[in-house]
Design a protein around this ligand. Sequence first.
Ligand SMILES: [Ca+2]
Length: 153
Amino acid sequence: TGRIFTCILLLLSLSGTFSKYVYIKKKKSWNEAQSFCREHHTDLAPVSNEQDNLKLGKLGNSNDYIWIGLKKNSSESQKWMWSGGREVSSFFWASGQPDNQPEQVYGVIYNNKWRDYPDDNFHFFCYSDFEFNSGFNRKPMKGSQNRRNMLSF
Ligand SMILES: [Ca+2]
C-alpha cells in the first residue's frame, strides 16, 4: 500500500499550472501589448522571482527595452501590480529606478533589470498558462476572456 500511496502523491504533484514565456517581436504600446497577450496567450508577463527574471533575459533581445506586465495602479495607493491584478512580490529595479515621474507608470525590462517608463512602442513578453491534469493532457488556456467566462459559470 505504501507504493500505491507514493504513486498517488506523484500523480497529484504532476497536476497543476505551468506557464511559459513568449517573446513577441512587435513594437506596441503597453496597452496594445496587453490586449495582444490576452488575445493570443494569457497576459503580459509577470516576474515572480530571480529565475523568471533570468529566463526573460535569455529569451529577449538584451539591447532593447521590453515591456513586462508591470503597471502602476492608477488609484491613490500607486502600487505596482502585474497585469491581471496580482501583487508584485519581488522587485528587480535598475539602480536609480523607479524615477516615480507621474507619466512613468509602465515597466520595462533591460539587462535583467526593471525601469519605470512612460508609454512607448516596444517588444514585449507574454506568458501562456497550461493546465496539467491527472491524465497528462495539456490544455492551453486561451486568454483571460475565457478565464473570466469560466469564473462566471
Ligand atoms: Ca524610469
